[in-house]
Design a protein around this ligand. Structure first.
Ligand code: ATP
Length: 293
């Protein structure tokens, strides 16, 4: 490929300095040009020298500015996709579309984007009308169900700690709020979560509240579009955790909650001993009864 003629201020893609399995081309802005190399400011704000041989091509305007929907990226390579997600994440834009798919990046902080006002904002909107959001996925499914009278399915996937459980709760929150009639059923669906999590979630090295089971949630709506009920199916619970955990991990939350939350009398009635007598909690350093994580 012919090397581009660069001028100051251009954005370029350049070969990474090492060629390992996870090394990808880097993007940056040209701030100095010399005969055999150029200086760029990379996405982390570092100034680095790139040899002329490393320069791959100038960056497409869509990558420079970033896009809400990655279908619109001019450079449709893995590195452009990752840079777009990274750039948006830095701007606290954790959601990005790829067509009708939503990519969510775990912010590990509470962002002010899940309020009732924002739920209302996303109601009955097309994807392209507002910035990407998990509520748009809930809204789209709900509206498709109402208009086509067909069941809809939302698949949430990702590695441990990616944010699947939180995303599920947010979609349920949206559906509960959007289906109108605020009855006890919606409330019950939302409130079932802490109980399920007590029995099926535990601290792992990757996630303080890791779901150790798969979950299929069926939400039933009546003809008027109101929630009438729900069914939660669980599968593949990691049973071995009850008797042994890897270092730095814990047993299911329920054991800690019971031992720390029950009164002496209640524990006596259930024949429960003090925490120290249980070998199933053998890593004492993980056994902080007052904390969930
Ligand atoms: N949208 C979000 N906003 C703020 N924090 C989040 C968000 N999503 C996830 N988190 C944080 O990340 C943690 C891990 O997320 P979550 O439990 O949803 O991951 P997961 O994909 O379900 O993991 P696992 O497969 O281990 O169950 C949450 O406890 C929460 O602190």
């Amino acid at each position: 490929m012919e090397k581009p003629k660069l001028i100051l201020g251009d954005y370029i893609w350049a070969q990474p300095f090492t060629i390992g399995e996870f090394d990808i081309p880097i993007g940056g802005k040209v701030v100095a040009i010399e005969s055999s190399r150029v200086k760029i400011v990379d996405d982390d704000g570092n100034e680095v020298y790139i040899s002329n041989q490393q320069v791959l091509k100038t960056m497409h305007i869509s990558s420079i500015n970033g896009v809400d929907d990655m279908i619109n990226l001019g450079d449709l390579q893995e590195y452009a996709i990752l840079r777009n997600l990274h750039k948006r994440y830095r701007e606290k834009k954790i959601y990005t579309y790829t067509g009708t798919m939503l990519i969510a990046i775990n912010p590990y902080e509470l962002l002010p984007i899940y309020t009732n006002a924002i739920i209302t904002q996303y109601r009955n909107k097309k994807f392209e009308e507002l910035h990407p959001h998990i509520f748009a996925i809930g809204d789209n499914s709900y509206n498709d169900m109402i208009t086509t009278k067909q069941s809809q399915c939302i698949v949430i996937s990702g590695e441990s700690g990616a944010g699947k459980t939180e995303s599920t709760k947010l979609i349920l929150q949206y559906l509960a709020s959007t289906s109108g009639q605020h009855s006890w059923i919606e409330q019950q669906i939302l409130e079932a979560n802490p109980i399920l999590e007590a029995f099926g979630n535990a601290k792992t090295v990757r996630n303080d509240n890791s779901s150790r089971f798969g979950k299929y949630i069926d939400v039933h709506f009546n003809k008027g579009g109101y929630i009438e009920g729900a069914r939660i199916e669980q599968y593949l619970l990691e049973k071995s955790r009850v008797v042994s955990q890897n270092n730095g991990e814990r047993n299911y939350h329920i054991f800690y909650s019971m031992l720390s939350g029950m009164s002496k009398d209640e524990k006596k009635r259930l024949d429960l001993q003090d925490a120290d007598s249980y070998t199933f909690f053998k890593w004492r350093k993980n056994f902080d009864l007052s904390r969930k994580g």
